[in-house]
Design a protein around this ligand. Structure first.
Ligand code: SF4
Ligand code: SF4
Length: 142
């Protein structure tokens, strides 16, 4: 048995499909939904914990990817070159868990790694390209 966490990014056409139901029923996986942001007809995001046999997990993840779902394992992390940030706030607009926020008094960017679900949406949102996603050792501010 294995237990792992993943962020799932859904395209609009998949946001109404009962995908977690299929993971449970067809792949014998236990699913714990830790965070969810799903709106019919729009992009959706789920943070899930999945428990099951390794082969079932592999097949379940393949099923999701075949459904055009982006699957990001939570052993990846975000790195941010804070010294190059111009505090424009563009990344905060896509950060649904609120890990990236502008401080209302200083208007400086605040990054709370403990809130980050590694959805990767901020990577493309930053006009300066100073946010990256990857495997690492825990260094989040560079
Ligand atoms: S990857 Fe970026 S947008 Fe997604 S939760 Fe983490 S900080 Fe927010
Ligand atoms: S989008 Fe980039 S430059 Fe703008 S606040 Fe976020 S990290 Fe800083």
């Amino acid at each position: 048995m294995t237990k792992q966490r993943f962020t799932l990014n859904f395209p609009p056409e998949s946001s109404e499909k009962p995908l977690t139901y299929h993971l449970i029923k067809d792949y014998n996986l236990k699913i714990n939904i830790l965070k969810a942001e799903i709106t019919a007809g729009k992009e959706g995001h789920l943070l899930i914990e999945v428990e099951g046999d390794e082969a079932d997990l592999e097949n379940g993840l393949k099923f999701l990817m075949d459904e055009n779902i982006e699957v990001i394992p939570l052993n990846q992390q975000i790195t941010l070159k804070e010294d190059e940030c111009v505090h424009c706030g563009a990344c905060t607009a896509v950060c649904f868990p609120g890990a990236l926020k502008l401080d209302r008094e200083t208007w400086k960017l605040i990054f709370k790694p403990e809130e980050c679900v590694v959805c990767g949406l901020c990577v493309n949102a930053c006009p300066l390209g100073i946010i990256n996603i990857g495997f690492g050792t825990g260094v989040r501010g560079e």
